[in-house]
Design a binder for this molecule. Structure first.
Ligand code: HEC
Ligand code: HEC
Ligand code: HEC
Ligand code: HEC
Ligand code: HEC
Length: 219
């Protein structure tokens, strides 16, 4: 993160991520901060707290996986646990009503009831981490988040970028571009026992199922 150019806040404030903690420790007096007025100008979405990806991922430059810690490890990506937010917000943004809401959840030890935007039906097998960690000719370093979710870092309110997101044709369209994916043997992980996490989590490279076989995605 060091050496990143400083980014402007919508409120006209310069503050790199690494300075955030020092900024708070110094009482925040030396630098201007976002105000409730600035936050009021952010469009409202369905979420219980007005959390902006544009502010966090672009202006403050926090990497996606700093918050989405399970995206490359787990069957589901998941939204960040409150402790990750509080790592910063014990100290920064405490003047904001929206951040005070966050602290209320933390004090009550309640998870934040975020509304889920991207969803595939439960009868479909979608191992999130296999995609983020894919290694093949088309995606040598995993499929980038933006390929499926669009430019989240520009969104104040998360939306489905592609209207076909999550439909069978959408999955297939990509799977068909992967060389050899149709010629491989049928799915081992989707056979008996495929729903077990142990099976699904076995090392990358061992599972190279046929990516168009019905049983790869349907148990
Ligand atoms: C190949 C497409 C693809 C890629 C690449 C991808 N996602 Fe997803 N993501 C999905 C799908 C499909 C769902 C819905 C999963 C479900 O409902 O089980 C999803 C769901 C999510 C969710 C909602 C919570 C959940 O797990 O259901 C978050 C957060 C998320 N993705 C973040 C990320 C991040 C961060 C990255 C990059 C590190 C990323 N995704 C990369 C397809 C993708
Ligand atoms: C790495 C540090 C960091 C983390 C982690 C972080 N934030 Fe922030 N957040 C900031 C900073 C810095 C600001 C700007 C504070 C200011 O201007 O006083 C901010 C501003 C905000 C705001 C007001 C602007 C907006 O987005 O509407 C909200 C609400 C907020 N954060 C919620 C959250 C939530 C919820 C989480 C956890 C999912 C989180 N933050 C995680 C650093 C962080
Ligand atoms: C500071 C923490 C933080 C960072 C950094 C962050 N996110 Fe998120 N993300 C959240 C929170 C909190 C939510 C749930 C609220 C919402 O939808 O805005 C979320 C929701 C999402 C969702 C929608 C989940 C659903 O319900 O379908 C996707 C997709 C996503 N993030 C992808 C990304 C990507 C890609 C990046 C990097 C460009 C990123 N996030 C950076 C905290 C973060
Ligand atoms: C943008 C491209 C892309 C999209 C969209 C996509 N996938 Fe994939 N998928 C991949 C890649 C890449 C792999 C890893 C392929 C390999 O083995 O080389 C993969 C692998 C898989 C696997 C096999 C995992 C294992 O056990 O190894 C399943 C199951 C799967 N995808 C389901 C889905 C479903 C369901 C959807 C739609 C909801 C979907 N995918 C959408 C690119 C995509
Ligand atoms: C790459 C993953 C993938 C593969 C391979 C796949 N499907 Fe699907 N399928 C999905 C997803 C995602 C949905 C749910 C979204 C939708 O309805 O489009 C779905 C939905 C369906 C449904 C609708 C179920 C309902 O109740 O609405 C049927 C039927 C179906 N698939 C049959 C098949 C058959 C037959 C094959 C093999 C020829 C197959 N699928 C291969 C991902 C896949």
């Amino acid at each position: 993160m060091t050496g990143q150019p400083k980014r402007l806040f919508p409120g006209g404030i310069l503050i790199p991520l690494l300075a955030a903690a020092m900024f708070a420790l110094s009482g925040g007096a030396a630098l201007a901060q976002l105000t409730d007025q600035d936050v009021a100008e952010i469009p409202a979405g369905p979420q219980p707290i007005k959390f902006s990806h544009k502010i966090h991922a672009t202006d403050i430059q926090i990497p996606c996986e700093y918050c989405h810690i399970y995206a490359r490890r787990s069957l589901v990506s998941g939204v960040p646990p409150v402790q990750i937010c509080m790592g910063c917000h014990q100290l920064v943004g405490t003047q904001l009503a929206e951040v005070q809401k966050l602290k209320e959840y933390w004090d009550k030890k309640e998870p934040i009831p975020w509304v889920k935007i991207h969803d595939v039906p439960d009868f479909v097998r979608y191992p999130h981490f296999r995609h983020v960690r894919a290694r093949n000719e088309i995606f040598p370093n995993g499929v980038p988040c933006q390929t499926c979710h669009g430019p989240i870092e520009t969104m104040h309110v998360v939306e489905k970028f592609n209207p076909d997101f999550g439909l069978m044709g959408w999955c297939m369209e990509c799977h068909l571009t992967i060389p050899g994916a149709q010629e491989r043997k049928a799915a081992t992980p989707a056979g008996p026992g495929s729903t077990s996490l142990k099976n699904a989590m076995s090392p990358i490279g061992h599972h190279r199922p046929n990516l168009t076989d019905c049983l790869t995605c349907h148990k």
